[in-house]
Design a protein around this ligand. Structure first.
Ligand SMILES: Cc1cc2nc3c(=O)[nH]c(=O)nc-3n(C[C@H](O)[C@H](O)[C@H](O)COP(=O)(O)OP(=O)(O)OC[C@H]3O[C@@H](n4cnc5c(N)ncnc54)[C@H](O)[C@@H]3O)c2cc1C
Length: 506
């Protein structure tokens, strides 16, 4: 059976990018089908249940829920309620693992200024420069630019979003955060460098010497008012569920357990044909004039054969994309009495053997654990090639080795006795590949280096008519806020091709 409609849109993947794109287009009255391989929506920002505990799979904190933030604007535009959320203050406590005083990322900019002045004396020029860059970036991003521009319409949108203040961003477009440190005579401050390396890696996948200055300047101020990082009440799943509700209300067609196994452009170049496996058994065929693809772009290499319309030079571009990281995530549950009461909800600690360990602890009564108990999630970066090449024996052995190291780290950081865990399990890149369908379990996009960020990144507009990409490999990058921005960009491009102007409410 073929499901066909000349004007229809198919969105592949119901993570935050796909749900956002689907909801926005359905709200514009388009005929949208959202195909999701898993039985559950949310992807890397989804949840899973173990007995009485609900674990956030990947994302545990959210940017962009404040007034004029990207999630807030999208929910306001869709006229649907957003999730209930609380601002995180501190957003995170960063422990450099060297016995020195931890650094508190306060929400109040003045409090944060006092903290960083005490922690990193002599660094104010650096922070002021970051602040200038951030102001310029933020004004630019708020105008919903299209980046990188691939045709005249994209370029017009880009120029419309650019204001004289953005000249400063232009001047630093090829610089790294380490360059900013050098310009501000802060390169020798090893403690500051370690702090920046830890924090930047969380967002850009890279240390300060490899993170684009423009990107770094903004993410380093993500936790402070008027922006902020948020804790979602219930679980991370609420964000997806609220988007889904808007999508269904506007007559979107959501099909879970529908896995796309091939994608090709018909010979007449007017329709896309998709082969889809339903419930692991039935082959269905779909056709649509436009496809929004939210999986990592590397997945196109598997889904599109040589005869499918994928141009050879584009295949080469996809093959040569930098290899993203993977993640190892520990999901644990414990009685709250085992957690020191002065501990913040989010802690980043440097561990000699693990690198950055990012810990998220649920709040009492926030829907993730019964009252008096808590979920504790800890994530580290991982090499996807290493984990995919392990045979069964080595895989099990390495998994239990890493689990032990993480339990030891929890013991050192939070004084949690390894015997006290009520639940513990570990996800590796292999688990992420299974859960999200991401090749080898790559997560977090392509990294935000000066050579790959913004105008130098992979465009969402592909050389194939009617195929647009969004998600964490596309500007502005990873995180639920980032992928929503890229989904908005794809919707604007799609609607402009149909002769319609589309602007999100302000
Ligand atoms: C460990 C970890 C921690 C993180 N922490 C944070 C955080 O605290 N805050 C934050 O903002 N971000 C965080 N992120 C990043 C954030 O989760 C992601 O950037 C974002 O959720 C990606 O959304 P997406 O829609 O682009 O992709 P995905 O979430 O990967 O969604 C893609 C969807 O496509 C589906 N799919 C895959 N293959 C197919 C197919 N063939 N056919 C149909 N469907 C398919 C998948 O099942 C999935 O639902 C974290 C990520 C990880 C891994």
């Amino acid at each position: 059976m073929t499901f066909k409609s000349e004007q229809s849109v198919i969105v592949i993947g119901a993570g935050i990018a796909g749900l956002t794109a689907g909801a926005l287009l359905a709200h514009e009255g388009l005929n949208v089908t959202l195909l999701e391989a898993h039985s559950q929506i949310g992807g890397c920002a989804g949840t899973f249940r173990r007995g009485p505990f609900v674990f956030d799979v990947g994302a545990t904190q959210v940017a962009g829920l404040e007034k004029q933030g990207i999630h807030e604007r999208i929910f306001r535009h869709l006229q649907g309620p957003g999730p209930v959320a609380h601002i995180l203050d501190p957003a995170c406590v960063v422990n450099l693992g060297d016995g020195t005083k931890p650094i508190y990322l306060w929400h109040d900019p003045e409090k944060w200024k006092k903290e960083r002045t005490e922690q990193f004396p002599g660094s104010e020029t650096f922070w002021n420069l970051c602040n200038q860059l951030h102001k310029s970036n933020w004004l630019f991003a708020a105008n919903d630019p299209i980046l990188p521009a691939k045709n005249l319409w994209d370029l017009q949108q880009l120029l419309k979003a650019t204001k004289p203040i953005n000249l400063i961003s232009f001047l630093f477009s090829r610089s790294s955060v380490a360059d900013l440190l050098w310009m501000c005579s802060c390169s020798k401050d090893k403690r500051l460098r370690k702090f920046l390396d830890l924090q930047l890696k969380l967002y850009s996948q890279k240390n300060s010497d490899k993170t684009a200055a423009l990107y770094g300047a903004t993410v380093l101020q993500m936790a402070q008012s008027p922006l902020g990082l948020w804790h979602i009440e219930g679980s991370m799943q609420k964000l997806s569920n609220h988007l889904r509700d808007c999508f269904l209300r506007d007559r979107g067609n959501l099909l879970t357990r529908h896995k796309v196994i091939s994608l090709s452009l018909r010979k007449n170049r007017k329709l896309w044909a998709l082969d889809v496996i339903k419930n692991n058994s039935t082959l269905l065929k779909f056709e649509a004039s436009d496809v929004i693809f939210t999986l990592p772009p590397q997945s196109l290499l598997d889904l599109m054969s040589n005869e499918s319309g994928l141009p050879e030079n584009y295949r080469k571009i996809l093959e040569q994309l930098p290899k993203p990281n993977g993640a190892i995530v520990f999901y644990g549950a414990i009685d709250r009495s085992n957690i020191p009461t002065d501990k913040a909800g989010h802690i980043q600690v440097y561990e000699e053997q693990l690198g950055s360990l990012f810990i998220s602890i649920s709040r009492d009564g926030d829907g993730r654990a019964p009252l008096g108990q808590a979920t504790c999630i800890g994530s580290i970066f991982a090499d996807v090639d290493f984990w995919s090449s392990c045979n069964d024996f080595d895989y099990k052995k390495n998994k239990s080795l890493v689990l032990q190291k993480i339990l030891d780290a929890f013991h050192r950081t939070l004084d949690i006795d390894p015997q006290q865990w009520l639940h513990k399990e570990l996800a590796t890149p292999k688990s992420f590949a299974r859960w999200t369908g991401r090749p080898l379990g790559i997560v977090g996009g392509l990294g935000q280096q000066p050579t790959t960020f913004g105008p130098f990144g992979l465009p969402g507009r592909t050389p194939m008519k009617g195929l647009l990409l969004c998600g964490d490999s596309i500007y502005p990058g990873e995180g639920t806020a980032g992928v929503s921005q890229s989904a908005l960009m794809a919707c604007k491009q799609l609607l402009s091709a149909r002769g319609r102007q589309f602007n999100l409410i302000r």
